[in-house]
Design a protein around this ligand. Structure first.
Ligand SMILES: Nc1nc2c(ncn2[C@@H]2O[C@H](COP(=O)(O)OP(=O)(O)OP(=O)(O)O)[C@@H](O)[C@H]2O)c(=O)[nH]1
Ligand SMILES: [Mg+2]
Length: 274
């Protein structure tokens, strides 16, 4: 081994726990296996991958970053991946896992990357059967611009889409006509429009039914009640929510990363940040 190679190995072992275990921990298990799983969260520089009933924390090597240069994130929630796992699970040696392959995506939902980076996209989720744009009729008020951008994006990526008008309990005479006309407009274009309320339970059973057996994503501005709806559908998930700001009447960006949840009735539901 040349000095350069040794240097490279040393640097890699400092950055990558999978490599570090080979060289610095003599007790670390060395058994390797390949498993297929689905990315359920990416809260930091790692990915939580669901493999059967187990959740494994996996990392990714630089080559995926190079491959997907046009996206800010090379791997997204919903991606099907192959993970190389080293060793058996035990307290002293947690899994050391590396994502070694991303399977071809059936589809993806994207948005423009933040900042001035023309042509670069951020993949919100991959491999979804249905996307719902969640809006609240008030607090924050309905945002037709968001809905239109969402519908264009869904059509472009070939993803079936529908609209949820949440906080139906806040419907009052002063906004009734406006809300009705939006409902009629989008229905006339062929989209399902559901009215829901996590406070009165309106529309929740209907929503639970349509989610069954599918992989679905909720997207929408902060504070409209995406996470609250997920809790209403399946209370055991206990997803974090928070009141909208009294001052700005907008959400406080409570959900910070997309997360995929398995549903008791079958299927998966993905919560996204607003
Ligand atoms: N009146 C009323 N309030 C609701 C309803 N659903 C949710 N809320 C409230 O709206 C606020 C925001 O709800 P969240 O579920 O955190 O909103 P979110 O869309 O997940 O927001 P981000 O995670 O920031 O994107 C909370 O105070 C909820 O209690 C509803 O049907 N009616
Ligand atoms: Mg949320």
């Amino acid at each position: 081994m040349s000095i350069e190679q040794k240097k490279e190995q040393h640097q890699a072992s400092r950055k990558d726990p999978a490599v570090a275990s080979d060289s610095s921990s003599p007790a670390a298990p060395t058994e390797e296996r390949l498993e297929k799983g689905i990315v359920i969260r990416s809260p930091g520089s790692w990915y939580d991958v669901q493999i059967g009933s187990e959740i494994i924390r996996a990392q990714v090597r630089g080559r995926f970053r190079l491959k997907e240069r046009l996206a800010t994130n090379p791997i997204a929630v919903g991606d099907h991946v192959t993970v190389r796992i080293q060793g058996e699970r035990d307290e002293s040696h947690p899994h050391l896992a590396l994502i070694v392959d991303i399977h071809e995506r059936q589809n993806k939902l994207t948005r423009r990357a933040a900042g001035r980076r023309p042509g670069i996209e951020h993949v919100i989720v991959a491999n979804v059967d249905f996307a719902w744009a969640v809006q609240s009729i008030l607090l924050p008020k309905l945002n037709a611009g968001f809905i239109d951008r969402f519908l264009v994006m869904s059509e472009y990526h070939g993803i079936r889409a529908g609209l949820i008008f949440n906080k139906a309990d806040l419907l009052s005479e002063s906004i009734r006509d406006a809300v009705e006309s939006y409902r009629e407009l989008y229905r006339s274009l062929g989209y399902t429009v559901l009215f829901t309320s996590t406070k009165t339970g309106r529309g929740i059973e209907e929503l639970r039914e349509v989610l069954k057996g599918q992989t679905t994503v909720f997207t929408g501005p902060s504070g409209v009640g995406k996470s609250s709806l997920i809790n209403a559908i399946q209370p055991s998930l206990n997803v974090r929510t928070a009141a909208v700001s009294k001052k700005t009447r907008k959400g406080r960006h409570i959900t910070s990363n997309a997360s995929l949840y398995p549903l008791d009735g079958g299927g998966f539901l993905i919560d996204t940040p607003g």
